[in-house]
Design a protein around this ligand. Sequence first.
Ligand code: SF4
Ligand code: SF4
Length: 467
Amino acid sequence: MNPAVSKVREAKLEFYRKKGKIHAKAVQGRFNSLRWAMVWLTQIVFYGACWLPWTTEAGARQAILFDIVDEKLYLFDLVLWPQDALLLAIVLILAATALFFTTAIAGRLFCGFACPQTVYTSIFVWIEGKIEGDHLARLRLDQRPMSARKLLIKSVKHGIWALVAAWTAITFVGYFTPMRELLPAIASFQTGPWETFWLIFYATFTYLQAGLAREAVCQHMCPYSRFQGVMIDPETANVSYDAKRGEPRGALRQAGAVNKGDCIDCGICVQVCPTGIDIRDGLQYQCINCGLCIDGCDEVMDKIGAPRGLIRFTSERELAGQPKVAGAWSRPRTLVYVGLLLVFTALGTWTLTERVLLRVEVHRDRGTLMQETIDGRIENSYTLKLINMEEATRRFRIGVSGLPGLRIEGATEFVVEPGRVHSVTLTLSSPVGGMPTGVQPIAFETVALHDPGLAVREKSTFILPTH
Ligand code: SF4
Ligand code: SF4
């Protein structure tokens, strides 16, 4: 290459490599479209789902709500209680395993397309582009001394960023406090202490992370980038530069030029990279596998009439020209992940379908162990907590077993409101003659009248005189 041209190109690249703020060049292509499709999909779900109403026998409520006060998680018709923590643990294990599986197959795919940091950075950079102009205009503006015009442009941008961050925080808190209660509370400055804290924290967090920190989060804060190395192997497909085909790089091939690779050293792949790296230097922990350099390079290849794919999703083994020893899906590590996904999906499904929507807690009256009645029977007192985990009012009948002649004095049927805990004080009585003495095991059987299959048996003890 002409040394003068090379010098200009290097200076141009240096312009982009200058760390500090990275202003990536906009690019069109398959991966950019996929990225924006993910932005739309995730944000429609995030901003929209908290507005979905849901009506049950218990009344109308928000379809998705983490009700911290009542310790319940509402997911449409499903209501989870603290006792269902196992399900949450299974969901977390499934999410982690799915992430490991995706990484083993295609590297940091999650980072490039679905990570909230990537998604919000894309939105904030899009806003920045609309206000400040393209990447070159933004670079120039940043390097210019402060002026009234620059102050105005920057103020507008930061103002809009702050509004987006604030709405994101409101939406986030709206999953914990019903939106229709939260908005009036915000408007009248009457949010509770934890709501106020999370509104301020989440808005600040979004503004700083997506507006100011951006790629620095992926490069320096995200632990995932550090341990991804142990989750990938030579079969993992990553965004890679085909050095065999591209090198030696140089200016566009002239007619008759020999020993030139397909890389024309245009630097587009660096200019479009949101983390500001040069993929031609090999696999780097800063790479989030977003594929934008593929879009940029494919466009260049189209223009020079070379085949696409100089930069592409490919494995280390394929790049080295080695035959595949096993299919990408059938390596031991991916099979282990698939196995874990199947096992935990089955376990989660079983746990969900087998959960009993009635819980009963039995507490003996600690004050008086027993007392004798005028007709010679022995009484013990208990408090039962009937927890109706359904979204409908239910009537339950309580029975008792374990000793001959043991019976409940008073009412045995109780109505419990949807999703409520109903405390019942029960007195049991037993004859004395011919009975064993001391502490005797008994059991309470609680049955739902609308569904005899919904029954819970809880063990307890009944105390009889020792002589
Ligand atoms: S975009 Fe393609 S041709 Fe241009 S420098 Fe990067 S790899 Fe080389
Ligand atoms: S090197 Fe390519 S895939 Fe990696 S972050 Fe940069 S643009 Fe995205």
